[in-house]
Design a protein. Structure first.
Length: 346
């Protein structure tokens, strides 16, 4: 059964730092901190509408939940806890900073039924963290992750791709260190440059060049697709790729990489890359010479039935990609094939 969240945004009041990329009003679409009555109404309405509450968590996102005033945090947790239990929601999910986790805080979270904690790691390079004014170190991520595990919570880590001063080597190092920690879940966010942020000033002055314009136009898609595949191989679930579709983001962004179906673009590329490797091997070609195919070829590939649309590509983009190289491909389903795996049918 698919997992779901009831998202409640708690804005910037909990953050002790203003990071280079941050404009929480734009990301959450709200500035006003929710009252307990508003939280209660959101939960009450959702409980009536959601078909499988036992697979649903109440999720406090948008800021650093454990850095807000303790009395307010406790009030929110007490209210949400009313909706946890038999015939109600499964638990509570929160997101926070790595340097805002302690045994005392975890005792409170456990008391009120919190089941999952996501840490905004963003990068595991101290140089990049400092350049983006995160206010914590990579060691804080390791320490907080270990403590969360010891308390038995589900652990999630969030990373950002394309931060100021970060390059491919730093991105790969962050991925490797996250795999070393081995959280239950990961969220990957390509940087979106928003009005009113330090990153916007750096971008407008030319001091910061986003990933998208450093090399290939689709470099960020290729990079994140590689990461998704590596996390999947390491049995770490990628539960989110890219910011959620939002009129606020689309209105306030001035650069970076944003697409309302970003995850789909990445998954399309994973399958295209896999098919390309198989085709090149079968034809005795290297990738660079695939476009020189003069004789029309046909290939049939098997994927998991749930992944057929991913393999075909958004608006049949993968089908068209190979057709432009004089290669016809057909995608069929096979329930014995795992996610992101593909087999050539002889």
């Amino acid at each position: 059964m698919k997992h779901a969240n009831i998202s409640i945004f708690v804005p910037h009041i909990g953050c002790p730092h203003m990071c280079s990329f941050c404009n929480q009003h734009t990301i959450s679409g709200t500035q006003k901190a929710p009252t307990t009555d508003e939280v209660r109404e959101i939960c009450r309405k959702a409980l009536k509408e959601i078909k499988s509450p036992e697979n649903t968590e109440i999720a406090f996102f948008g800021g650093s939940f454990t850095a807000i005033p303790e009395s307010y945090m406790t009030q929110l947790l007490e209210t949400a806890h009313e909706f946890i239990g038999k015939d109600k929601f499964y638990g509570i999910r929160i997101s926070t900073r790595p340097d805002c986790i302690s045994k005392e805080i975890l005792d409170i979270l456990r008391k009120y039924g919190v089941t999952a904690i996501e840490l905004g790691a963003q990068s595991m390079s101290d140089y990049v963290l400092e350049a983006n004014e995160r206010g914590h170190t990579s060691e804080d991520v390791f320490r907080a992750s270990k403590l969360i595990r010891e308390y038995g919570f589900e652990l999630g880590l969030q990373m950002m791709v394309g931060l100021y001063k970060s390059h491919f080597s730093e991105e790969c190092d962050t991925m490797d260190k996250i795999i070393e920690i081995h959280p239950d879940t990961v969220r990957i966010y390509p940087v979106v440059i928003l009005k009113g942020t330090k990153l916007a000033k750096l971008y407008q002055s030319g001091d910061y060049v986003p990933v998208k314009t450093r090399g290939k136009k689709r470099a960020v898609v290729h990079m994140v697709a590689m990461m998704m595949k590596q996390f999947e191989k390491s049995d770490i679930e990628v539960i989110k790729c890219g910011l959620h579709a939002s009129e606020f983001v689309e209105k306030d962004m001035i650069g970076g990489f944003y697409h309302p179906a970003f995850r789909e673009l990445c998954e399309n590329y994973i399958y295209r890359s896999e098919m390309t490797e198989i085709i090149c091997r079968e034809l005795g070609r290297t990738k660079g010479f695939l476009f020189m195919n003069k004789i029309k070829e046909s290939f049939v590939f098997s994927v998991n039935p749930l992944c057929i649309s991913k393999a075909v590509g958004q608006k049949k983009s993968n089908i068209e990609y190979f057709r432009n190289r004089n290669i016809d491909i057909k995608i069929i389903g096979d329930e014995n094939i795992a996610k992101y795996q593909i087999e050539l049918r002889r």
